[in-house]
Design a protein around this ligand. Sequence first.
Ligand SMILES: Nc1ncnc2c1ncn2[C@@H]1O[C@H](COP(=O)(O)OP(=O)(O)OP(=O)(O)O)[C@@H](O)[C@H]1O
Ligand SMILES: [Mg+2]
Length: 146
Amino acid sequence: MTENLTTHSEDATVQAGKEFSRRLVSGAIVAFYGELGTGKTRFIKGVCQGLSVQEHVTSPTFTIVNEYRGADFPVYHFDFYRINALSEMQEIGFDEYLGGDGVCLIEWADRIAGLLPPERFDIHLQLGKNDYDREIIIEQRIEKNQ
Ligand SMILES: Nc1ncnc2c1ncn2[C@@H]1O[C@H](COP(=O)(O)OP(=O)(O)OP(=O)(O)O)[C@@H](O)[C@H]1O
Ligand SMILES: [Mg+2]
């Protein structure tokens, strides 16, 4: 199932993330794709609001992963923009995050495409016609319980 939306402001992208968060269950994986400044972190900010995260949500550029506490499960926020080697993934124990109870939100998922499980959400963001427009495509890959 694929859903396309266009937002016209930063706040609308945060709101879209918040609405999307209702579809997430424990262990869900969400892969984000899109160039710099397309709104991945803003969308994730909204997802975190929807999951009742209290911590400040910002791209974990130097730490690779930020861990937040949601109301029902942990939320792991990854940014792989600067990943150099897949061996770094073993160092941070990426597999354990994927197999755990938390929700994984992954910026620059294309950098580690081969490590993603098939059952996940893919969210593509790109710039729209006007400065404050963003095109967002949400795709659910492999339905649960089928
Ligand atoms: N409709 C919109 N939705 C989201 N952000 C918008 C929108 N219009 C303008 N912006 C601006 O675009 C930028 C999006 O930044 P954000 O950090 O979310 O991008 P990102 O995709 O995470 O980038 P990076 O790859 O550097 O992590 C912000 O400066 C925000 O103010
Ligand atoms: Mg970001």
